[in-house]
Design a protein around this ligand. Structure first.
Ligand code: DX5
Ligand code: ZN
Length: 214
Protein backbone atom coordinates (compact mmCIF):
# COMPACT_ATOMS: atom_id res chain seq x y z
CA UNK A 1 0.00 0.00 0.00
CA UNK A 2 1.25 3.46 -0.89
CA UNK A 3 0.96 5.80 2.10
CA UNK A 4 0.34 9.53 1.77
CA UNK A 5 0.44 11.23 5.20
CA UNK A 6 -1.75 14.35 5.25
CA UNK A 7 0.24 17.32 6.50
CA UNK A 8 -2.98 19.00 7.60
CA UNK A 9 -2.46 17.14 10.89
CA UNK A 10 1.23 18.07 11.19
CA UNK A 11 2.58 20.65 13.63
CA UNK A 12 3.37 23.60 11.36
CA UNK A 13 5.49 25.19 14.07
CA UNK A 14 7.88 22.29 13.54
CA UNK A 15 7.32 21.62 9.85
CA UNK A 16 10.97 20.91 9.06
CA UNK A 17 11.11 18.36 11.89
CA UNK A 18 7.88 16.71 10.79
CA UNK A 19 9.20 16.40 7.23
CA UNK A 20 12.52 15.03 8.43
CA UNK A 21 10.59 12.40 10.39
CA UNK A 22 8.43 11.50 7.36
CA UNK A 23 11.50 11.25 5.15
CA UNK A 24 12.66 8.44 7.42
CA UNK A 25 9.30 6.67 7.12
CA UNK A 26 8.01 4.36 4.41
CA UNK A 27 5.58 7.02 3.16
CA UNK A 28 5.94 7.40 -0.60
CA UNK A 29 3.86 10.59 -0.91
CA UNK A 30 3.10 13.71 1.10
CA UNK A 31 -0.56 14.72 0.93
CA UNK A 32 -1.11 18.48 0.74
CA UNK A 33 -4.69 19.59 1.52
CA UNK A 34 -5.52 22.99 0.06
CA UNK A 35 -8.87 24.46 1.22
CA UNK A 36 -10.42 27.76 0.19
CA UNK A 37 -13.34 28.29 2.61
CA UNK A 38 -15.72 28.20 -0.37
CA UNK A 39 -15.71 24.66 -1.77
CA UNK A 40 -15.25 23.41 1.79
CA UNK A 41 -16.08 25.23 5.05
CA UNK A 42 -12.45 25.43 6.13
CA UNK A 43 -9.29 27.25 5.02
CA UNK A 44 -5.91 25.54 5.23
CA UNK A 45 -2.69 26.63 3.50
CA UNK A 46 -1.39 26.94 -0.01
CA UNK A 47 1.52 27.93 -2.20
CA UNK A 48 4.18 29.50 0.07
CA UNK A 49 3.88 26.53 2.43
CA UNK A 50 3.96 24.05 -0.46
CA UNK A 51 7.17 25.62 -1.71
CA UNK A 52 8.78 25.06 1.71
CA UNK A 53 7.55 21.47 1.83
CA UNK A 54 9.01 20.84 -1.62
CA UNK A 55 12.33 22.36 -0.59
CA UNK A 56 12.51 20.32 2.62
CA UNK A 57 11.43 16.90 1.34
CA UNK A 58 12.23 14.48 -1.48
CA UNK A 59 8.83 12.78 -1.35
CA UNK A 60 6.22 12.93 -4.10
CA UNK A 61 3.87 15.88 -3.50
CA UNK A 62 0.26 14.69 -3.76
CA UNK A 63 -1.75 17.91 -3.90
CA UNK A 64 -5.48 17.71 -3.07
CA UNK A 65 -7.24 20.92 -4.07
CA UNK A 66 -10.53 21.43 -2.22
CA UNK A 67 -11.18 24.72 -3.97
CA UNK A 68 -13.47 26.17 -6.60
CA UNK A 69 -12.04 26.79 -10.08
CA UNK A 70 -8.90 24.70 -9.52
CA UNK A 71 -7.91 25.02 -13.21
CA UNK A 72 -6.75 28.57 -12.43
CA UNK A 73 -3.92 27.26 -10.26
CA UNK A 74 -2.38 24.48 -12.38
CA UNK A 75 0.82 26.37 -13.19
CA UNK A 76 1.20 27.55 -9.60
CA UNK A 77 0.86 24.01 -8.24
CA UNK A 78 3.50 22.82 -10.69
CA UNK A 79 5.83 25.70 -9.74
CA UNK A 80 5.47 24.82 -6.06
CA UNK A 81 6.64 21.26 -6.68
CA UNK A 82 3.33 19.44 -7.20
CA UNK A 83 3.76 15.97 -8.72
CA UNK A 84 0.14 14.81 -8.55
CA UNK A 85 -2.67 17.37 -8.75
CA UNK A 86 -6.11 16.22 -7.65
CA UNK A 87 -9.20 18.31 -8.34
CA UNK A 88 -12.74 17.65 -7.19
CA UNK A 89 -15.24 16.43 -9.76
CA UNK A 90 -17.82 18.69 -8.07
CA UNK A 91 -15.62 21.79 -8.49
CA UNK A 92 -14.96 21.49 -12.23
CA UNK A 93 -17.31 22.54 -15.00
CA UNK A 94 -14.91 21.34 -17.72
CA UNK A 95 -13.31 18.37 -16.01
CA UNK A 96 -11.99 16.84 -19.25
CA UNK A 97 -10.13 20.02 -20.18
CA UNK A 98 -8.78 20.47 -16.66
CA UNK A 99 -7.36 16.92 -16.64
CA UNK A 100 -5.61 17.54 -19.98
CA UNK A 101 -4.19 20.83 -18.70
CA UNK A 102 -2.81 19.19 -15.55
CA UNK A 103 -1.08 16.55 -17.69
CA UNK A 104 0.20 19.14 -20.18
CA UNK A 105 1.77 20.97 -17.23
CA UNK A 106 3.77 17.79 -16.50
CA UNK A 107 1.85 16.49 -13.48
CA UNK A 108 -0.20 13.39 -12.83
CA UNK A 109 -3.94 14.05 -12.79
CA UNK A 110 -6.30 12.92 -10.06
CA UNK A 111 -10.03 13.42 -9.57
CA UNK A 112 -11.63 13.27 -6.12
CA UNK A 113 -15.24 12.30 -5.44
CA UNK A 114 -17.18 13.51 -2.42
CA UNK A 115 -19.10 10.84 -0.49
CA UNK A 116 -22.34 11.85 -2.27
CA UNK A 117 -20.90 11.68 -5.79
CA UNK A 118 -21.22 8.35 -7.63
CA UNK A 119 -18.24 6.59 -9.24
CA UNK A 120 -20.10 6.09 -12.54
CA UNK A 121 -19.67 9.81 -13.31
CA UNK A 122 -16.01 9.05 -14.05
CA UNK A 123 -16.76 6.66 -16.91
CA UNK A 124 -15.82 9.09 -19.72
CA UNK A 125 -12.61 10.34 -18.10
CA UNK A 126 -11.25 7.34 -16.22
CA UNK A 127 -8.96 6.30 -19.10
CA UNK A 128 -7.20 9.69 -18.89
CA UNK A 129 -6.73 9.67 -15.12
CA UNK A 130 -3.65 8.73 -13.12
CA UNK A 131 -5.57 8.62 -9.86
CA UNK A 132 -9.11 8.45 -8.49
CA UNK A 133 -9.53 9.74 -4.94
CA UNK A 134 -12.50 8.29 -3.09
CA UNK A 135 -13.34 10.61 -0.20
CA UNK A 136 -14.30 8.58 2.85
CA UNK A 137 -15.27 11.74 4.79
CA UNK A 138 -16.87 14.97 3.65
CA UNK A 139 -13.85 17.13 2.84
CA UNK A 140 -12.88 20.02 5.08
CA UNK A 141 -11.41 18.59 8.27
CA UNK A 142 -9.07 15.93 9.52
CA UNK A 143 -10.07 13.60 12.35
CA UNK A 144 -13.54 12.68 11.03
CA UNK A 145 -15.10 9.25 11.10
CA UNK A 146 -14.68 6.92 8.10
CA UNK A 147 -17.83 6.56 5.95
CA UNK A 148 -18.23 2.82 5.31
CA UNK A 149 -19.84 3.20 1.87
CA UNK A 150 -16.43 4.28 0.59
CA UNK A 151 -15.50 0.58 0.54
CA UNK A 152 -18.24 -0.12 -2.05
CA UNK A 153 -17.07 2.88 -4.06
CA UNK A 154 -13.51 1.54 -4.11
CA UNK A 155 -14.84 -1.74 -5.55
CA UNK A 156 -16.86 0.15 -8.17
CA UNK A 157 -13.85 2.27 -9.10
CA UNK A 158 -11.74 -0.87 -9.50
CA UNK A 159 -14.36 -2.41 -11.82
CA UNK A 160 -14.55 0.75 -13.91
CA UNK A 161 -10.76 0.96 -14.18
CA UNK A 162 -10.53 -2.64 -15.38
CA UNK A 163 -13.48 -2.24 -17.79
CA UNK A 164 -12.04 0.90 -19.39
CA UNK A 165 -8.42 -0.30 -19.41
CA UNK A 166 -7.34 2.63 -17.24
CA UNK A 167 -4.03 2.80 -15.38
CA UNK A 168 -5.51 4.98 -12.61
CA UNK A 169 -4.57 4.19 -9.02
CA UNK A 170 -7.26 4.32 -6.34
CA UNK A 171 -6.65 6.57 -3.36
CA UNK A 172 -8.87 6.73 -0.28
CA UNK A 173 -8.88 9.89 1.85
CA UNK A 174 -10.44 10.40 5.29
CA UNK A 175 -10.72 8.48 8.54
CA UNK A 176 -8.01 5.99 7.62
CA UNK A 177 -6.38 3.88 10.32
CA UNK A 178 -5.19 0.26 10.29
CA UNK A 179 -8.76 -1.12 10.48
CA UNK A 180 -10.37 1.08 7.83
CA UNK A 181 -7.18 0.87 5.77
CA UNK A 182 -7.51 -2.91 5.71
CA UNK A 183 -11.12 -2.62 4.47
CA UNK A 184 -10.15 -0.41 1.54
CA UNK A 185 -7.01 -2.44 0.81
CA UNK A 186 -9.14 -5.58 0.47
CA UNK A 187 -11.53 -3.68 -1.83
CA UNK A 188 -8.68 -2.71 -4.19
CA UNK A 189 -7.26 0.62 -2.98
CA UNK A 190 -3.65 1.42 -3.95
CA UNK A 191 -3.03 4.54 -1.83
CA UNK A 192 -4.25 5.61 1.60
CA UNK A 193 -4.15 9.16 2.92
CA UNK A 194 -3.82 9.40 6.69
CA UNK A 195 -3.69 12.55 8.79
CA UNK A 196 -4.69 12.20 12.42
CA UNK A 197 -3.85 8.48 12.56
CA UNK A 198 -0.22 9.17 11.67
CA UNK A 199 0.36 12.46 13.48
CA UNK A 200 -1.47 11.67 16.70
CA UNK A 201 0.36 8.36 17.02
CA UNK A 202 3.12 8.22 19.65
CA UNK A 203 5.22 6.64 16.87
CA UNK A 204 4.25 8.13 13.47
CA UNK A 205 6.96 6.16 11.61
CA UNK A 206 5.48 2.92 12.96
CA UNK A 207 1.95 4.10 12.06
CA UNK A 208 3.10 4.66 8.46
CA UNK A 209 4.75 1.23 8.46
CA UNK A 210 1.53 -0.46 9.59
CA UNK A 211 -0.41 1.20 6.76
CA UNK A 212 2.33 0.46 4.26
CA UNK A 213 2.14 -3.25 5.11
CA UNK A 214 -1.60 -3.50 4.49
C1 DX5 B 1 -10.11 16.04 4.51
C2 DX5 B 1 -8.74 15.97 3.88
C3 DX5 B 1 -7.97 14.81 4.36
C4 DX5 B 1 -7.65 14.87 5.85
C5 DX5 B 1 -7.47 13.46 6.31
O1 DX5 B 1 -10.81 17.04 3.92
O2 DX5 B 1 -8.85 15.85 2.48
O3 DX5 B 1 -6.79 14.60 3.60
O4 DX5 B 1 -6.51 15.61 6.15
O5 DX5 B 1 -7.37 13.47 7.69
P1 DX5 B 1 -7.75 12.19 8.56
O6 DX5 B 1 -6.87 11.07 8.10
O7 DX5 B 1 -7.50 12.63 9.96
O8 DX5 B 1 -9.21 11.89 8.28
ZN1 ZN C 1 -7.02 15.23 1.34
Amino acid sequence: MIVSPSLLSADFGYLAKELEMLDKSEAEYLHIDVMDGVFVPNISFAFPVMKCIDRLSDKILDVHLMIVEPHKYIDEVKKCGGDIMTVHYEACTHIHRTIQQIKDAGMKAGVALNPGTPVCLLSEIIADLDMVCIMSVNPGYSGQEFIENAVNKVREAKELIVKKGSKALIQVDGGINVETGKLVADAGADIVVAGSYVFSSPDPIEAVRLLHNL
